[in-house]
Design a protein around this ligand. Structure first.
Ligand SMILES: [Zn+2]
Length: 431
């Protein structure tokens, strides 16, 4: 039991020598948030002692009761992350039995989680943001998630944040001599990765899920997306423009976006086990503004298209007053704006065309790891699946993987032609 402010925080924790998260983890997280906290023996609890057996019955180190001296109390279903400064036995970390909309992140590196709603004719879109400090690198950043479901948007933002953390922390871990286990997708052989990965590709092929299989699948779709776009860029090939989609698209995105941007849905035929689509947003008011691209890849074309609508809301979200960086830029260097705009307009209309109806009727690929394994066994590069979770972001919370191709990274060989429609234009959209 901890004494917090004017009341008590009652929780159950394992012996820190044997497990994690422990009582000290909770103390550290509270201290990080400048909350005065003091450990107390249970005998000091004068009210609501009946909650003690209830906690024992649940036997979870993530459930707490905040008890006021007058006996009022609140139940807290938390997700306690292992604290980086705590010395408890992190290899025995036990996650909460489930993560729900009630899950509270008060004892985690995440300091802010916010959710905003955007109405569309087809229902609400929720934009969630998660801000927190990467446990090792100490960098603070915000990640976003958009979904039709409020809770999914929140967990997407937290997932994205965890992905960024492990990517940022990975070079540090390798530098101090840690190795990362990797399994070759095709053969199941296990190797240990001890060297730095090329920096440009640090966010590529990341995947997250409830377990390794889910995380690997997620990473495979992300890799399929990047590889497809690189192929199109390096061959200077145009995607297909989906026609007859304007009215339909108007039902999918918030009105503020339609007021400011013309949207074009793009389809990228490819040889992987994924449908890859893109959405290009051309500013209607600022001709000098470069188009913004969002991409999606999934086994089911409908899900891939859903991804791009979510992604575009994330990329072109309205600026928040408290952040200095406006998302939609207000000022632009004067110059060849209209020329650039014309170039892009021509680019779009040079694309071969496909009807929305035909795209929506494309048959879904099986969404299974076995299917991908067979695809990669057929004369493709070896793919290593790196298990990149660390002690502070354990796989018991969410499993994170990163894929590594055995061949030299394609990104080096993509021509960097100055101007337009090259890899540089799309790379930002994939970070
Ligand atoms: Zn601890």
């Amino acid at each position: 039991m901890l004494k917090v402010r004017e009341g008590f925080l009652l929780g159950l924790a394992p012996d820190s020598q044997k497990g994690s998260p422990c009582a000290e983890c909770v103390e550290f997280w509270l201290q990080d948030r400048k909350v005065a906290v003091e450990k107390m023996p249970l005998s000091n609890l004068t009210v609501r002692r009946e909650l003690i057996p209830e906690l024992l019955l649940e036997n979870q180190s993530h459930i707490f009761y905040e008890i006021d001296l007058d006996g009022t109390y609140t139940r807290l279903e938390a997700l306690v992350y292992p604290h980086p400064r705590c010395t408890c036995e992190k290899t025995n970390y036990v996650a909460p039995s489930e993560i729900t909309k009630r899950t509270n992140f008060a004892f985690s590196p995440l300091t802010h989680i916010k959710v905003a709603r955007f109405g569309t004719p087809d229902g609400n879109l929720w934009l969630a943001s998660a801000t927190g400090e990467a446990p090792l690198s100490g960098e603070t950043f915000t990640s976003y998630g958009v979904d039709r479901d409020k809770e999914v948007s929140r967990s997407k933002a937290v997932d994205e944040w965890m992905k960024r953390c492990v990517v940022l922390d990975l070079p540090r871990r390798l530098a101090r001599g840690e190795s990362v286990p990797a399994e070759v997708l095709q053969t199941g052989n296990v190797e240990l990765i001890t060297r730095f990965l090329p920096k440009q590709s640090q966010f590529e092929g990341m995947g997250v899920g409830a377990n390794k299989e889910e995380a690997t699948l997620d990473a495979l779709f992300s890799l399929a997306k990047v590889r497809t776009l690189k192929k199109y860029s390096s061959m200077m090939k145009n995607p297909m423009l989906v026609v007859g989609a304007n009215n339909w698209m108007r039902t999918k995105v918030p009105f503020y976006l339609l007021q400011q941007y013309d949207l074009h849905l793009l389809f990228y035929p490819n040889s992987t086990q994924a449908w890859v689509v893109g959405l290009a947003a051309f500013s209607r008011q600022r001709l000098e503004e470069k188009p913004v691209f969002a991409f999606g890849a999934e086994a089911d074309i409908n899900k891939a298209i859903d991804q791009v609508f979510c992604k575009i809301v994330e990329m072109l979200r309205p600026s928040e007053p408290e952040t200095e960086i406006p998302r939609i830029p207000n000022e632009h260097p004067k110059g060849h704006g209209s020329k650039l705009h014309m170039w892009w307009t021509h680019w779009i209309y040079r694309c071969p065309k496909i009807s929305l109806k035909d795209v929506l009727h494309l048959e879904a690929y099986p969404r299974s790891l076995e299917h991908w394994r067979n695809y990669f066994r057929d004369g493709q590069d070896l793919v290593s699946v790196l298990s990149v979770n660390n002690h502070y972001l354990p796989s018991q919370i969410r499993t994170l993987v990163k894929l590594k191709l055995s061949s030299t990274d394609l990104i080096q060989s993509v021509p960097n032609i100055n101007g337009i429609g090259t890899w540089n234009d799309f790379r930002d959209a994939l970070a």
